[in-house]
Design a protein around this ligand. Sequence first.
Ligand SMILES: Cc1cc2nc3c(=O)[nH]c(=O)nc-3n(C[C@H](O)[C@H](O)[C@H](O)COP(=O)(O)OP(=O)(O)OC[C@H]3O[C@@H](n4cnc5c(N)ncnc54)[C@H](O)[C@@H]3O)c2cc1C
Length: 375
Amino acid sequence: MVTSARSTAVSSSRPSRLDRVTIDPERMTAWIEAGATWQEVIDAAAPHGLAPLAGSFPGVTAVPYILGGGLSLMARRYGFAADHVRRIEVVTPDGELRNAEDDPDLFWALRGGGGNFGVVTAMEIDLFPVPTLYGGSLYYDLAATPGVLAAWHAWTQTVPDAVTSAVGVIPFPDIEPIPAALRGKHIAQLQLSIVPDVDGPACVTALRDRLGEPLIDTVKQRPFTESGEIFDEPARPDAYRSRNLLLSELDNQTLTTIPSLAGPNAKAMCIVGIRHLGGALSNKPAIDNAVGNRDAQYLLSVLSLGGDDQSDLYRAILDPWSKYAVGRSLNFSFGPLTQDELRETYDDYNRLAHLRAHYDPSNLLHPNHPITARR
Ligand SMILES: Cc1cc2nc3c(=O)[nH]c(=O)nc-3n(C[C@H](O)[C@H](O)[C@H](O)COP(=O)(O)OP(=O)(O)OC[C@H]3O[C@@H](n4cnc5c(N)ncnc54)[C@H](O)[C@@H]3O)c2cc1C
């Protein structure tokens, strides 16, 4: 473990004894134990003006997020979180504690292959000199501004890699805890995250000019420690499931079908999310890893509330996009995938299947998305 005098160690109050985060500001790295959340990593890195490749919700545990690839708030600028892992300490199913970086196959498979190859106890990741983000959300009523998805789509084709953004199509119930401006409305929430390499406000001007005044505007310069407020996802645990497709492109005609398919009259309450990919996500990492589908330009996901699988609903929303589909994202698949669907999350599923058989010949591990061992 990195224990230089310059390092700062932070332990949370959670009972787990595997949640330590150790920052090395000089090397710009963090050694994170398997139970640490992104918020704990962010808070430890921030005093040094550094930030990790954390995602939209900082309450997520960092290690499993990275094992699944990791699509961060700075994804288009820096690539996948799995592309910025230096070392992994892992207990393989034979009971050995290993340094995965000494075994090229294991190191390749762990970075993107999920929980199929061992129990990771800690890893060393890169941090980035990003003390602040210009970001937040612009909320529009889809009934009043039906062109919001098309406008966001057009804007994404003009922005630099410093801009990572997404849109959530959300039917807000008409109940008290929901802000009055959103209550009972079908909303498009534009979620914007811009690293300080560029003039953030200038990047958003064209979008604001085209769409006019939003119902709510939370976009501002903010310390990275407040990055969770950009998407502002609820911290309350909920049962939900989801399916997704990675797409080569969007088309405006199919985009116009989303609000009605996913609206208040949908078979089950659902949230459609579209994330803009490309940029550095399309680059190969310095040391190759298992993350696939790097040519995808957008991620389209349907998240249904409640524990039931809503296959008909997922199909109704995702099938019209099949001609643009290049694969699926592991981290945005909540609920079991079929083997065919799991295969579509990778470029080289066969290599992963052979490595699963090698490292876990008796299927000791039970990850949420099990790769079938092939001998
Ligand atoms: C609100 C919310 C927002 C999200 N936003 C993003 C986002 O912006 N970008 C993104 O990429 N993802 C995002 N995710 C998805 C997230 O990355 C995955 O859910 C990921 O699996 C981590 O979640 P978890 O803590 O629930 O892990 P778990 O459900 O505990 O684990 C997920 C998988 O990892 C395996 N695993 C867990 N710990 C270890 C370990 N120590 N060693 C080996 N295997 C292990 C488990 O076996 C399991 O297979 C989001 C999830 C939520 C709930």
